[in-house]
Design a protein around this ligand. Structure first.
Ligand code: SF4
Length: 723
């Protein structure tokens, strides 16, 4: 007998609605749900990963504990949970709370239990050593939102379906299906902009999949986005003399002074974009009836990522496109993440600094780029134990090999994870949770960045065969005698006790009732949401300023002092001449999702994807041939990888996909190991950070590329760095 259940794909931010068919206990089909309120039947090729994750024989079904011989042995949850709690508690009791660090990976964002109860547990551990994938991703946008609007989650989202001009910086939404711009079926939505007479312009060092279907693609030198934005603002504010925006904005004159200090010639020199192109782009953007500038990881992954995120929003403001239909708008999600952030202590920055490098926290977290420092450097507060949740920082953090070595020196490590991967192979205890199809779901975080206000709750489509992640964390918390007063303070402690009794669903119901569509709106509750299994449309984005501002004076800041100071410092420097170096950037493939979808045979098949892209002229100058193996060397390490020539990258730039490098010993992911590739983060540099937020500056790493082998050979081994 076949039964079909409504669910959501939890593999990326698009959160497409899916239908899961079960035939006598076997998943027979996963397909798009044509009635889903947001995705309307769209799914991408990755959707098969939901089935593959469930069926994967390498996925752990039982906990593992490290034996005295160094090998793992399977054990019961009871024993594993006890050992995990005892080990973490011992370290905390002997060395203080900061000796215990936490790292949360990207899948946390797609998990109701982890985002609700899980956060409450982790934020009550009392340690300042909280890390996550955010500091290798969107922290610059969070910091810009914090200083401009007073809350890190007030990040404007392009009103994609009503705009006439979309400017895309350092993002590839056709492949990501939106990121901080949740919108399934991105290709159709972008083409619709062109069909209604509008324009899509992509500015990127690589002619990406999005650039291919855009109206125009402009090459930009890696990590020079702030200069392009300063140039665009210079045209609008200085050359065209645009007027001060609405009264709600403070700092207009200071912003104007700053952009006056960056001439168009300077912007052109730094970006490699001709002055006339900058001038034309600014004029077209400003002339468009409705326009939105959108930037993502490529914009954040640079030394001035926060400046870029700030100036991008400033461009939307100055051109009159912020908070208006068809521009960049704020959502009205059913669960108010801004309020949740305040309760959990995520609002704020610079309240404490990292012990070794003195890097400031943002939203209660320290930069992942400094976790290795905190483990390796002796002294009070040294990190001696680590708890990871759905994360693989050995592959996703800058200078992964250094972190890999540091993890091997920890006294104790607990991983809530489904695989023995490059990170969890160091664990003392691995606690596996059920697969995504065995979880109920509501998108607490993703809905806050959707191009339309929607809400959808789905029960788990497949009966749970094990433990939920949040259950595992809750029991760890109990074993550690929580709640203590952590970074989130007493309200978080109260939430911990409440959540322990209610579970994620009960907590969700409370959050829905307290949200803008709850008792203050249409009376939305979880029971009401259950009546709409394909989701509930809560309407188009609407203007929300000034009501949502959380700054002290209830005004929006167009030129926060910290940003101005940093911008003038950056302007005082000149671009270093690259010499013979090439600048390395990452890329993402439609069938890949960071490091965690490479064990699906259906998704890795086809030609090898882990290749180094290089412009043919750069290759010819170095005597390099397509299909041969080259050695790519940076300050921190070297990898050998097949070379692929393409003019889709600009001259002087090479590109390697991220998330690969599955050749380290001791992992248990057979498919991934057979398609190991090399890790981009064996080359990226943990000393290269966004100055303001501490975000990893992955883009624009100087590398040399030389011939390694003229024929293909087994790949995946990293060579040590030059002495
Ligand atoms: S775009 Fe693909 S991976 Fe992302 S949610 Fe939709 S089906 Fe899943």
């Amino acid at each position: 007998m076949t039964t079909t259940k409504i669910a959501s794909c939890l593999l990326c931010e698009a959160s497409c609605g899916i239908l899961v068919s079960d035939e006598s206990g076997q998943i027979s089909k996963v397909r798009g749900d044509s009635e889903d309120v947001m995705s309307r039947g769209f799914v991408c090729p990755k959707v098969i990963g939901m089935k593959d994750l469930y069926e994967d024989p390498d996925r752990l079904r039982k906990p593992l504990v490290r034996t005295s011989s160094g090998a793992f042995r399977e054990t019961s949850y009871e024993e594993a949970e006890r050992l995990a709690a005892e080990g973490l508690k011992r370290i905390r009791d002997e060395h203080g709370p900061n000796a215990l660090a936490v790292y949360q990976g990207n899948p946390t964002a797609h998990n109701l239990g982890l985002l609700s109860l899980g956060q409450v547990v982790l934020r009550n551990l009392g340690t300042q050593n909280l890390y996550s994938a955010s500091s290798a991703d969107q922290v610059p946008q969070m910091l810009a939102a914090e200083l401009m609007f007073g809350n890190p989650f007030l990040i404007p989202v392009p009103d994609l379906d009503r705009t006439n001009f979309l400017l895309v910086l350092g993002a590839n939404p056709v492949v990501s299906n939106g990121s901080l711009m949740t919108a399934p079926d991105m290709k159709r939505r972008l083409l619709a902009i062109k069909e209604r007479g509008g324009k899509v312009v992509v500015v990127d060092p690589r002619r990406s999949e999005t650039a291919e279907l855009a109206s125009e693609h402009i090459f930009l030198r890696p990590a020079s986005d702030p200069y392009l934005l300063l140039g665009l603002l210079h045209v609008l504010l200085i050359e065209q003399g645009l007027e001060r925006p609405a009264e709600v904005w403070r700092g207009f004159e200071q912003l104007k002074e700053l952009v006056r200090a960056c001439s168009l010639a300077r912007a052109s020199e730094e970006t490699g974009i001709p002055v006339e192109t900058i001038r034309r782009l600014a004029s077209e953007f400003n002339a468009a009836e409705r326009a939105a500038a959108y930037g993502r990881v490529g914009m954040c992954h640079q030394r001035s990522g926060t400046l870029a995120a700030w100036l991008l929003t400033a461009l939307n403001v100055v051109s009159g496109n912020l908070d208006r239909e068809g521009g960049a708008m704020f959502t009205t999600p059913a669960v108010e993440v801004t309020k949740l952030a305040a309760i959990l202590g995520l609002k704020g920055h610079g309240r404490f600094k990292s012990r070794v490098r003195g890097l400031a926290e943002v939203s209660g977290e320290l930069p992942i780029a400094t976790l290795a420092d905190e483990i390796e450097t002796a002294g009070e507060g040294q990190v001696r134990a680590l708890l990871t949740v759905a994360g693989n920082p050995v592959l996703s953090a800058p200078n992964g090999p250094r972190l890999d070595r540091a993890l091997a020196t920890l006294d104790f490590m607990v991983c809530v994870d489904s695989y023995v991967n490059e990170t969890t192979r160091h664990a003392s205890v691995i606690l596996p949770a059920v697969s995504p199809l065995e979880r109920s779901h509501y998108d607490i975080a993703i809905n806050a960045f959707a191009v339309r206000n929607v809400a959808k709750y789905v029960p788990a489509p497949i009966p749970s065969s094990g433990k939920q992640d949040w259950e595992l964390l809750l029991r760890l918390g109990l074993g550690l005698r929580l709640p203590k007063q952590g970074a989130g303070g007493t309200v978080a402690s109260w939430l911990y006790r409440l959540g322990s009794q209610l579970g994620p669903e009960g907590l969700l119901d409370v959050l829905l009732r307290l949200g803008p569509h709850g008792v203050r709106g249409r009376g939305l509750t979880l029971a009401e949401l259950r009546k709409h299994p394909h989701g509930l449309d809560l309407g188009a984005l609407e203007p929300r300023l000034p009501g949502i501002l959380e700054t002290k004076d209830k005004q929006a800041q167009l030129a926060p002092r910290e940003f101005l100071r940093e911008a003038y410092r950056v302007l005082a420097q000149r671009r270093a001449q690259p010499g013979d170096s090439l600048l390395l950037i990452g890329r993402r493939h439609l069938r890949s999702n960071n490091s965690w979808m490479h064990n699906s045979q259906a998704l890795v098949k086809g030609p090898p994807r882990c290749t180094l892209l290089m412009h043919p002229t750069d290759a010819s100058e170095r005597g390099l041939l397509s299909g041969t193996v080259v050695e790519v060397r940076s300050r921190v390490g070297a990898v050998q990888v097949p070379l692929e020539l393409s003019d889709e990258v600009m001259r002087g730039v090479v590109s390697l996909p991220h998330g690969f490098g599955h050749s380290r010993p001791g992992t248990r992911m057979k498919v991934a190991e057979a398609h190991a590739g090399v890790s981009l983060n064996d080359l990226t540099d943990d000393q290269e950070l966004d100055e303001l937020s501490g975000n990893a500056a992955f883009s624009g790493i100087p590398v040399s590329v030389t011939q390694f082998a003229t024929v293909a050979r087994p790949l995946g081994e990293s060579a040590p760095a030059h002495a």
